[in-house]
Write a new protein. Structure first.
Length: 385
């Protein structure tokens, strides 16, 4: 497997690697970005993790993104070619972004080895939203071409939800190549046993959380503003912004400017193994995504992790979220509307019984779409190759 991410932070990569590695006759090596100063080669749960000598870039420069993607692809290409020379490679499973990471598997591809392209996020929508207004027509054309070429190289394509699949099929990607394996939490790590009964209310706090990429395109700054409006209305209010990303410093500064330095807290990134216990003490999850072409296709895993733990969620009324969740499952608000988000948070904080009822109802999603549901089809895809 190849993934331009940190292995300890990406639940999807870990879950799929572990599922394949558990199959008789399969052994998984994962090529990833380094998480520390020096790259490591180590084994975890029987999986060989090979960190390439570059970290994951998080910033606002389109040119830097492309350069980092190209460098990582080159490093991964070299390692894939070495594995082929040792006859130690049968399938290349590429986790995007970018899609053109499939070219890291060019040597095995030319030797007839199958490539799987795992679409965590569609490049067309994600980069169109991220760099909106910057030569957008050329960018979209280039990204559509990149997607078409990479999907043609792939023997199988894995989508994260049905709405994303429909968008790709509408662009001409063959439906028969696509398997849906939703980006749902690992039930071994995220289950209701991690939840603290009553959340943090027993010590007079009302704790809310956003965890994931800290970026304005995901509405984190809007959440800070919405919480600020409620600072005098919700006793013991605390809002935790967990993670790192493009706009971390700007959003930290916003919290201080708004006088919320003691109520909007930034504990940094939390590894996947520590995340569930951390979330377990929270009263409310906030999914602040605004509306753009990328977020319309997202079903945020951060939302599903809260759902799996029985934490009620405030979420935007976007296409994919509304496809899977109804009014009786989450507290909806209108995207990009700070007042609407604040009203949804206030409604949730003031009605404990309603929080419990919606959290319980939302669990129906996990019962229908949980990892065990998709694991069988995912494994069958591998066996078919």
């Amino acid at each position: 497997m190849i993934a331009y991410t940190g292995y300890s932070l990406d639940g999807r990569v870990r879950r799929e690697a572990e599922a394949v590695n558990a199959l008789p006759g399969y052994a998984v090596t994962v090529l990833t970005a380094k998480e520390q100063e020096a790259p490591r080669l180590y084994e975890q749960d029987g999986i060989r993790i090979f960190e390439l000598d570059m970290p994951k870039y998080q910033g606002k420069s389109g040119a830097r993104y492309v350069l980092c993607y190209l460098r990582f692809t080159l490093l991964a290409f070299i390692e894939c070619t070495k594995l082929m020379a040792r006859k130690s490679l049968d399938i290349v499973h590429v986790h995007n972004m970018p899609n053109f990471l499939v070219f890291a598997g060019l040597t095995p591809y030319l030797s007839g080895k199958p490539i799987i392209l795992d679409e965590h996020d569609t490049m067309v929508e994600t980069f169109s939203a991220k760099f909106n207004g910057r030569r957008i027509r050329f960018l979209e054309w280039a990204l559509r071409l990149e997607e078409a070429v990479c999907c043609r190289m792939a023997r199988r394509i894995v989508c994260v939800n049905d709405v994303q699949k429909a968008a790709m099929v509408a662009r001409g990607i063959p439906e028969e190549k696509i398997v849906v394996a939703m980006n749902v939490p690992d039930p071994r790590l995220f289950n209701r046993t991690q939840r603290i009964p009553g959340g943090s209310r027993e010590n007079g706090k009302f704790r809310m959380i956003y965890h994931g990429t800290v970026a304005k395109r995901l509405g984190v700054h809007l959440a800070v503003r919405a919480v600020t409006k409620l600072s005098d209305e919700i006793p013991g209010l605390e809002f935790y912004v967990v993670g790192g990303g493009d706009d971390m410093k700007e959003i930290q500064d916003l919290g201080r400017i708004l006088g919320m330095g003691d109520k909007v807290l930034f504990p940094g990134s939390v590894s996947l193994d520590r995340l569930a216990p951390f979330l377990g003490g929270m009263d409310l999850g906030i999914i602040p995504n605004g509306r753009n072409c990328a977020t319309e296709l997202m079903l945020p895993v951060k939302m599903l992790e809260c759902v799996a733990l029985g934490i009620p969620v405030v979420a935007p009324r976007l296409k994919t979220i509304s496809h899977y969740f109804t009014e009786d499952m989450v507290f909806f608000f209108e995207p990009d509307d700070v007042d609407s988000m604040a009203q949804a948070i206030l409604a949730a904080s003031s009605n404990e019984e309603e929080r419990r009822r919606k959290a319980h109802k939302a669990r129906e999603f996990m019962e229908k779409y949980g990892w065990e549901t998709h694991k069988t089809e995912f494994i069958e895809m591998y066996k078919s190759l």
